[in-house]
Design a protein around this ligand. Sequence first.
Ligand code: MN
Length: 723
Amino acid sequence: MIRQYELIDKIQKYNDKANVALINRAYVFSMKAHGNQKRASGEPYLTHPLEVASIMADMKMDDASICTALLHDTVEDTLATVEEIRELFGDEVAMLVDGVTKLSRITFNDKTVEQAENFRKLFLAMSKDIRVLLVKLSDRLHNMRTIGHMKKEASKQRVARETLDIFAPLADRIGLYAVKTELEEMAFEVLYPEEHANILARLDYVRLQDDIIPRICDELREVMTEHDIPCEVNGREKTTYSIYRKMVKKNLTFDQLTDIVAYRVIVKDVPTCYEVLGHIHNIYKAIPGRFKDYISNPKPNGYQSLHTSVIGPYANRIEIQIRTNEMHEVAENGIAAHWLYKQKEGKTISPSDERHPQYAWLRQLIEALQNTDDPQEFMENTKMDLFEDNVFVFSPKGDLISLPHGSTPLDFAYSIHSAVGHSCQSAKVNGRIVPLRTKLQNGDQVEIITAKNQRPSPGWREFVVSAKAKAAINRYLRSLEREEQERLGREMLEKAARRESYSYNEKDLNKCFEQLDVRSLEDLYAGIAQGRLFPRQVFDVLYPQQQEVNRTEQELANISTIRRRVDDDTVIGIDGLIAGMALHIGRCCNPLPGEPIVGIINTGRGVTIHAKNCRNLDQYDDEPDRWIPVKWNETALDNDKANKAFQARLRVSLAHVPGSLSSFSTAIFNVDANIVDLRIDNKNTDSFDIACDVEVQNLAHFERLMSALRNLSCVSAVERVVG
Ligand code: MN
């Protein structure tokens, strides 16, 4: 086990400005906090944080990371709090320790690759500072190194599985190849002890055979020398786990594997890589389907190389990887190396933070992670914002839930199920009751408390942010509105029945459905409340013998359902306008073609056309600039009769006799005009006044309509309404 002074020595070797006092304080704090706690090995617990700090020192990490490693289990496993740590070690260390603590609370249930990808996102989101993730990986590395001491076989299996499924892929994604390989090998041995032992034994056997690795390397070197290509050639055995994975994936036996050893040819630049490939394929027979160009298509973690498999010099299948020196360093040491390499070459790089230039690679890692599609670009990006749109939280069971940024416990509840959302009464975040409008933070654990009689409130709409929650709440509130309408409609019908001395049983109403074109009682009531149906229509169906007396009213009701809207923005046929200007017909005067008109410019809303005698024009007397002279273009209008109709409003006095409304509407139909809207303004025992909007072609058409109406015996007066 490493001792405190050895750790300090190690750190000072790469960082002569290390804050030794701070690190020592963290060491003492951790020692006191862990007290008499013991590891499974029986050693004092403190050995663990010390070893984790040592791994971080191997990565040449900064003071804050080392302190975090020393303190990483204090909040989770002892009485220490993040606040205490903030007071003693400052915001940076407190933030890092808090991050590591949150990660420790995750339980890993799902073992799928997608889940690993989720966790990668989570780790990133939580560690805008990737040091959190590095401490966590170092922690896991030490726990795996000491897994032999764990007593329960089931716990061993769980930890190893988690390591293989989650932590090794994570280490891989950020280019920590040494860490990834060590984690994999240790976990593989725990999970598949027989397979592990088997592969190890076979590897030993192969190695003993005739020194085949150096002999193949020599052969390859000779080929390159013949073509005057300076290069470095080596051969390296693959790890037991990668061999095992390949055997399983490709369903091969150990002897069928071609790539137990990877031979590498390392050259100076990319064109040479392809040249080397050409020579190798010339001399040795290539195995079809095994060539992969990771130079043109790098792996997501930045790995580049050409891979090919050939029948080699001793007639066995071998895998050859061809790469540049720079690619080789990246392959061995991760993206950190990529950055260091650029620096060594004297290329300019401008890390945004100059305080710790030796840790600039951390930023590069983050950048590489967020933008791994284009390796050319990944060194140039500077911002980590890929996951800023999301917040990642946990259910009480440890399931990871991704929500839009700014989400609240209510959004969380609705993300589970709309029924959970609807009945959400209160919420606990990290064990504490909080207001429902609280904004969730990354890593929060959220628990929803529901109540049977809880209902969504309109106020909820103001603070939920997820589309799912919004939609569910709106749907619920609309259904409430609908209930309200049904209640109102029922009341209206009951009142009308009392007024007219009808009495009916609610069941009787079923008989009306077909005739009134409704599907249910609720539909019927809602229709009445919305004014689509009149109580009169219901009574007419229920009591047909009474119908004749009230016929007129029913006609009126029928006609009023043929309302339709006219789009006044499509009007053409006016001269004097500037092309592209939006055009409105003044609703005050409803001018018709044939009448003198004038245009008024509205700021930002185009031109409104008024009749020259419109009273509303008075208000523009002082603004002559807004008046524009316009004229109907009769020819254009005549050519487009089918599409062009203009509205006019009529007031008609109609006798209150059966069939009068029918005659009225027939007369309008007969002159090819169209009723757009109609309502009763005034109703007496012997007559009623109707306001009616009609669509006509022009003034002459309208005048024809007027005289047709005047000719009806049931019409006592007709006038045009303007303004
Ligand atoms: Mn730990």
